[in-house]
Design a binder for this molecule. Sequence first.
Ligand code: ZN
Ligand code: ZN
Length: 172
Amino acid sequence: MSTAVRKDWDTYFMDIAYMVSTRSRCMRRHVGSVLVQGKKLLGTAYNGAPMGLPDCYEAGCMIAEEVELVNVDGKEQVLKKQRCIRTIHAEQNLLLFTDRIDREGSVVYVTDEPCWTCANMLANSGIKEVVFHRAYPKDTQKVTRLMEQMGITFRQLQNYEPPQDTIAPVSN
Ligand SMILES: [Zn+2]
Ligand SMILES: [Zn+2]
């Protein structure tokens, strides 16, 4: 008799997303995402440079600084965000490698909370739910609002532990 616990679906698909993230080729953040229709896995993707081009481990990250004006308690503040623009984000690759018709009404599991650009694309992609694990606070507010407006279920997995050998350090 096996003593292994049978994993629930959320854990099952998030574990796969973390497994996929180990393929990532950017050292700043290893992100994995999967597309699920019903209980069926329809696609997997991670962040990386376009196929055939040098990745961040070979060529270094390509860092860009973004400045965003945000309104905090009626005051305009400047929010600075650094990001690597060499890579295509996992969610964007997922959209590039799946068909619109498969995405209608489907669920995306992603290791990290989507950034604004990815969220914007996901919102227009036909999916009905996004499940993430690690938070990305810089975009949370507007991404949450966007998902609300689109009627897309947006939730963070609580009490979840990724498989030990799939976790890479994250830098913001
Ligand atoms: Zn990079
Ligand atoms: Zn993104």
